[in-house]
Design a protein around this ligand. Structure first.
Ligand code: MN
Ligand code: MN
Length: 322
């Protein structure tokens, strides 16, 4: 609980939201060297990195665009009344510096950054970055014991390799995470899966290790409440990561992404699925694959930061009970 105004975002009643330097949600910027860094409950982190992208690029520009769009976010949740910036100490801790020419070195840098957060007991809420960003994050958060995961996406990101043996792309992070023991596949659920395919190798792997896939057909047939009740049961009470690929949402609402798939959830359902996570033991979350060069209206980034606010409110509910 923090009533300390130091950790409160700048209010639009004090400074118009189009003015000032855009940090995530207008929070203070606290680099890990800052003397008050250790007081944080949740860190908003930028991972401006898309070296795992196999199709249309651009998510390296995501964090900057999401910071700008996030100045539209206010202080209180419209339904639950949660005021996350008062329920816990949050800050923008800046970007992990990637090496855009070296995938392995970038992943090592990302893991090292999250190790700093883990050591200080700070939960990360990440703005990517392409989906390969989740792997080095999980290498930190899932090192001690495998995590459960609730994964919103059009794609499973469970492929073995690309282009004749390349193991690290945004289509492979969760295959590697299962192989490396960072995820407990029986506590993983992937929701929204759809689109044309080259083969079923990813889905065959999911089946072989016990990952639950909820296709978009099943999602629309059953509805949000029913699907999310099952997702909660799969994750259980143990530590769980939430990974949110913006291409989960229909491209009508979120065109600014590299690999869109039609027939997805609308922007309201995109928020509802997060509200349904209330009370789960969430140890971190990410929002990935926002590609500003394909986001002509800026609407994708605004939806993405609105989802990040939902994630933050769910994390605040959890922090309050720790
Ligand atoms: Mn993905
Ligand atoms: Mn995807």
């Amino acid at each position: 609980m923090t009533s300390d105004p130091f950790f409160h975002p700048v209010s639009g009643f004090d400074l118009p939201r189009f003015a000032g330097i855009p940090t995530f949600m207008r929070l203070p910027h606290l680099a890990p060297e800052h003397p008050r860094f250790g007081e944080l409950d949740v860190a908003l982190v930028g991972v401006p990195w898309d070296s795992g992208t196999t199709n249309r690029p651009g998510p390296r520009h995501g964090p900057r665009q999401l910071r700008d769009a996030s100045t539209m976010i206010r202080a209180e949740h419209p339904v639950s009344g949660m005021r996350p910036f008062e329920a816990m100490a949050c800050a923008d801790v800046g970007d992990v510096a990637p090496n855009p020419a070296d995938i392995q070195e970038s992943m090592a840098r990302i893991t090292a950054f999250y190790d700093q957060l883990l050591a200080a007991d700070i939960l990360p809420l990440t703005a990517g970055g392409d989906h390969l960003s989740s792997l080095p994050i999980l290498r930190s958060l899932g090192r001690k014991a495998p995590l459960g995961m609730i994964h919103f996406d059009s794609h499973t990101d469970l492929f073995h390799s690309y282009f004749g043996g390349t193991m690290y792309t945004h289509g492979t992070p969760f295959r590697r995470a299962v192989e490396e023991g960072l995820l407990d596949p029986e506590r993983v659920v992937m929701i929204g899966i759809r689109g044309t395919a080259y083969d079923t190798e990813d889905k065959d792997f999911a089946k072989s290790v016990g990952i639950r896939i909820v296709t978009i057909e099943e999602f629309h047939d059953r509805g949000v409440a029913d699907v999310m009740q099952e997702a909660r049961a799969i994750a259980g009470d143990a530590p769980t990561y939430v990974s949110y690929d913006i291409d989960f949402v229909d491209p009508t609402f979120a065109p600014g992404t590299g690999t869109p798939e039609v027939g997805g959830p609308n922007s309201y359902q995109a928020l509802q699925v997060v509200r349904a996570l209330d009370g789960l033991n969430i140890v971190g979350a990410d929002m990935v694959e926002v590609s500003p060069p394909f986001d002509a209206s800026g609407g994708t980034a605004f939806l993405a930061v609105s989802i990040m606010f939902e994630l933050l409110c769910i994390m605040a509910g959890r922090v309050a009970t720790r």
